[in-house]
Design a protein around this ligand. Structure first.
Ligand SMILES: Nc1ncnc2c1ncn2[C@@H]1O[C@H](COP(=O)(O)OP(=O)(O)OP(=O)(O)O)[C@@H](O)[C@H]1O
Ligand SMILES: [Mg+2]
Length: 689
């Protein structure tokens, strides 16, 4: 299997794809391509269609390799074009030229355009250091001529380099001291150029890392929640914390390639001028040695791919274990997790040791081959009648050329190795395949009349069924609207849509007649707040967790919100009161305490519309009633309340109840009126009575 074929064997996933074998069209089909263009298969188990595939709309690519490297995939005029609508024929995947991946990392290049622009300076400094070194070596040859008392031989030599060097030496007095002085000047110049190179590059390296991780982090925060919620946390952390450094590494590989090439050219030019006969023999032979070593090093690169995969696997396991510490203890899964971690960790160690050992062998192998080559050249030079001084100078140049050739080869290979990570980073930086929430353009001064759902149909990404189907109802000002229905009916989904976490597939939600997507997101979100069953608390103090809703709120406001949420008493009983650190996710608090913090946070936001989604179901009945009644009375006055609760008796206090079942509204009206007639609501209450 050639390299292109291997590229296509990588696992790729398209957010939108049509598999023509089985005719299935889905948001999330997984394909695994076996052989180029012929064996792409639909990931669904029951698919028995022929394996050939026609075209897909490429959107999101996961896995080691990206089909963006395919020219057809990158031919579109814009990223958006590629993401959403472009139908790309992938039947000839694999015919892609290998350099097309450079196109795929364009967002990364664009992000670091300033640093890319500084590349010539970096190259200049690197090559200048090599030039100074070559000149130093040339003067060593001159010194040898003078030392053996053959200065006249060098001045009269057919070699222009030697003649020029001798002329310069004569200009400086002609003695050995002058030559040594010149050699020292060149060596010092090399040191200074190298220093400047290191200073410049350290700034650039850290700047690239900083920009890349900040941009990825920004993307994580700004892409639509529905996209980020579907990504594996381990992958997100790995990309941000570890892989973001690869961008800087790639820059230096590119710089190193330029510098090594430049340096190699400088050394070769000096060698040719010093002795063209030696150059003719040595340069092709040196390249052959290098190629032979490269063939052996090929295996280390395969091992590097395995290592990278092993570490991704390890980080995935770490994240899932760290997030599930409590669950895995409760289900006594410690041993199983430990065994599976040990296996992944052992795999990472084995491949790392194998790669390092192979690499450790490569270095002496390369060195020895090169030394043999240098010895042979010295002998051959003697036979060709080349003077000892020139032979020594040439051998010194060749010896110094070797690290540049090795650097060139290693940088090239490393760049090719990390291209899949670069493509991934580039996708993350450029938000490729991601959706963004509509920012909206209309200002929203405040809730006036109603929020209405009109024919809203919604399906979660990747789900088989709609969570909501043609849902229509209104939340009116001055009213408490309750959502009732069995578990899974779609109540929280309605809240998710109100909070603009997901995009609708059909229908519209209007706030005072304006579609929600047209209202500025921030304007809308500061008018609505939700207190839910599962409160997402931050690893911070009580006060900062409440303040999250309004960062500029005074301590008095925070205290008042806590009091309104019935949380003041327990907060003040904590050892550090409001400054108590609550642990990750509020792990040091009880479920009911966490919920009251969540409610305090929502109240602090002072919204027009307060959403209570099972907000106090972990709080005991009497306390819940007291808090809920006070909060509801206040927000009914202020704007509106959307109440979701399994406590059916509290539904009777609502002004309107919307009953949902399987994502549909099955009944809607005043609770007393609904109760008076047979129907879903009275059945629900009857069952619970
Ligand atoms: N993130 C998600 N991805 C895919 N499907 C989801 C997601 N969240 C919810 N669903 C599905 O959508 C449907 C409605 O879920 P929802 O959370 O709105 O129910 P609910 O009425 O709030 O239930 P409960 O009373 O148990 O809280 C369910 O079938 C559920 O499995
Ligand atoms: Mg729910």
């Amino acid at each position: 299997m050639g390299p292109c074929a291997r590229r296509n064997a990588a696992r790729v996933r398209f957010a939108k794809a049509r598999y023509q074998g089985c005719g299935r069209e889905s948001e999330d089909l997984a394909f695994r391509s076996g052989r180029v263009g012929a064996t792409l298969r639909c990931g669904q188990q029951d698919c028995s269609g022929p394996p050939a595939i026609g075209s897909v709309s490429l959107a999101l690519v996961l896995g080691e390799e990206s089909p963006w490297s395919h020219p057809a995939a990158i031919a579109g005029p814009s990223v958006q074009d590629r993401v959403a609508s472009r139908e790309v024929d992938i039947s000839d995947f694999g015919k892609a030229p290998s350099l097309a991946w450079l196109e795929a990392i364009r967002p990364l290049l664009r992000l670091n355009a300033r640093e890319v622009g500084l590349l010539p300076l970096v190259l200049l400094l690197g090559v200048a250091a090599s030039l100074a070194e070559s000149l130093g070596i040339s003067f060593v040859v001159v010194f040898l001529y003078v030392a053996i008392g053959d200065g006249a031989g060098a001045s009269g030599s057919a070699n222009p380099l030697l003649r020029e060097a001798m002329a310069l030496t004569h200009g400086l007095g002609g003695g050995a001291a002058a030559i040594i002085g010149l050699i020292l000047v060149f060596m010092l110049a090399r040191i200074l150029f190298t220093l400047a190179y290191n200073l410049v590059t350290s700034r650039i390296r850290n700047r690239i890392s900083q920009k890349t991780r900040e941009e990825i982090y920004r993307q994580y925060l700004t892409v639509s929640y529905q996209d980020i919620a579907r990504s594996r946390r381990g992958d997100l952390i790995n990309t941000l914390a570890t892989e973001s450094f690869v961008a800087a590494e790639a820059y230096f590989c590119a710089a190193q390639i330029g510098i090594s090439l430049g340096a190699a050219l400088v050394f070769c030019a000096f060698l040719c001028v010093l002795s063209w006969q030696i150059a003719v023999i040595a340069l092709p032979t040196a390249l052959l040695v290098l190629l032979a070593v490269r063939l052996i090093s090929f295996r280390t690169r395969r091992l590097d791919e395995t290592i990278s995969q092993s570490y991704r696997n390890l980080s995935g396991q770490m994240v899932s274990a760290i997030h599930g510490m409590k669950t895995l203890r409760v289900f006594a899964l410690e041993k199983r997790y430990e065994a599976s971690f040990k296996e992944a960790s052992g795999e990472a160690r084995r491949s790392a040791v194998a790669a390092e050992q192979l690499r450790a062998m490569l270095y002496p192998l390369g060195e020895i081959s090169y030394l043999v080559l240098l010895g042979a050249i010295a002998l051959a030079g003697g036979r060709l009648g080349i003077t000892t001084s020139v032979i020594i100078g040439s051998v010194a140049l060749l010896y110094r050329l070797q690290p540049h050739l090795r650097e060139l080869e290693q940088s090239l290979m490393r760049l090719l190795e990390i291209r899949s990570v670069l493509t991934r980073l580039s996708d993350a930086v450029g938000g490729i395949g991601r959706r963004y929430p509509e920012p909206g353009r209309l200002s929203y001064a405040g809730f006036q009349e109603d929020v209405s759902f009109e024919g809203v149909t919604f399906r979660y990404p990747g789900a088989e069924e709609d969570a909501l189907r043609e849902v229509g109802f209104s939340i009116r000002r001055g009213e408490v609207t309750a959502l009732a229905g069995p578990s899974g009916a779609g109540k929280t989904t309605i809240v998710n849509l109100l909070m603009r976490l997901y995009d609708l597939q059909a229908g519209v939600i209007r706030a005072d007649g304006t579609p929600l997507t047209e209202i500025k997101r921030e304007d809308w979100l500061c008018r609505i707040a939700v207190a839910g069953q599962d409160v997402e608390l931050m690893d911070d103090t009580v006060v900062e967790n409440i303040r999250l809703a309004r960062p500029d709120a005074s301590f008095e406001d925070v205290r008042r919100a806590a009091a309104d949420a019935g949380a003041l008493e327990f907060i003040e009983a904590l050892p550090d009161g409001f400054d108590q650190w609550i642990g990750e996710g509020g792990s040091s608090l009880s479920g009911g305490q966490r919920q009251r913090l969540g409610l305090a946070r929502a109240l602090l936001a002072e919204p027009d519309i307060l959403v209570l989604d099972e907000a106090l179901n972990a709080v005991d009945g009497a306390l819940e009633d007291r808090i809920r009644e006070a909060v509801i009375a206040r927000f009914r006055e202020r704007g509106a309340v959307l109440l979701i609760t399994h406590r059916l008796d509290s539904l009777l206090d609502a002004d309107r109840v919307v009953c949902l079942d399987h994502g549909r509204v099955v009944e809607d009206g005043a609770p007393r009126a609904l109760l008076a007639r047979p129907g879903p609501f009275s059945r629900m209450l009857g069952r619970s009575a």
